[in-house]
Design a binder for this molecule. Structure first.
Ligand SMILES: *Cc1c(COP(=O)(O)O)cnc(C)c1O
Length: 222
């Protein structure tokens, strides 16, 4: 019951233009089905093996998002069905997604992950690396990837001002990139930022896609 209530409450409080990705990683199919029965169809996973298994076992109208660090050698397993890859954190990975998409003639929606946190441990591109990709000839000829926005993760800290600053920086980068590279392209529109602990701040700073796990499904025991 808890899951149903949680998802309804969170959806009711999100502004209409904001997409909720319910992060179901480590959670069983029964839990996902509770959210599904509450009319929610968008779920996020961060392990390829788990995502493929859940895709096979669960209803086919679920929109599956891959939200974690994606290893190049595993790209091919999710290419046939993945709806959005949130965390493309290298040019190399983008090229492999393009190559695998080409093999099955499917264009893959991707977000580029930007490194906004102070923590070294988090993945993501710097602003320079991002620009290098977007100006490159190879990217321009990559017909099987579609970049629909940016994604970022803030520092894991109780310091709300720090988190707010990082999200604000990502939003201003998003606006700049949209203006410089995608001004004619309505499909560049997603700004994926905010998780259970910081999504309210992310929304205030301009997020339109939040990835929420534990506030819906409860704490994870790994
Ligand atoms: C696990 C995870 C989330 C959700 O985290 P919660 O704190 O449980 O909401 C969001 N984004 C990414 C990339 C994750 O790996």
């Amino acid at each position: 019951m808890q899951i149903t209530e949680n998802i309804k409450r969170i959806k009711a409080e999100l502004p209409e233009n904001v997409k909720l990705v319910a992060v179901s990683k480590t959670k069983p199919n029964e839990d996902i089905m509770k959210a599904y029965q509450a009319e929610h169809k968008i779920f996020g996973e961060n392990k390829v093996q788990d995502l493929v298994k859940k895709y096979e076992e669960l209803p086919k109208d679920i929109e599956w998002h891959f939200i974690g660090h994606l290893q190049s050698n595993k790209v091919k397993y999710i290419i046939p069905f993945v709806h959005l890859i949130h965390a493309v954190d290298s040019f190399k990975l983008l090229k492999i997604i393009n190559k695998e998409g080409k093999k099955i003639n499917r264009k893959i929606d991707c977000l580029l992950q930007i490194h906004i946190a102070e923590e070294e441990t988090k993945f993501g591109l710097s602003e320079n690396e991002l620009t290098e990709i977007l100006v490159s000839e190879e990217y321009r000829q990559s017909e099987f990837v579609k970049i629909t926005g940016l994604m970022g993760m803030a520092t894991n800290t109780p310091d709300e001002e720090q988190v707010r600053k990082e999200f604000a920086r990502l939003k201003s980068l998003f606006d700049k990139i949209k203006n410089d590279f995608f001004s004619e392209n309505k499909e560049f529109k997603n700004l994926s930022m905010g998780m259970s602990g910081d999504y309210k701040i992310a929304l205030e700073e301009g997020s339109n896609m939040v990835r929420i796990g534990s506030s819906i499904f409860g704490a994870r025991n790994y």
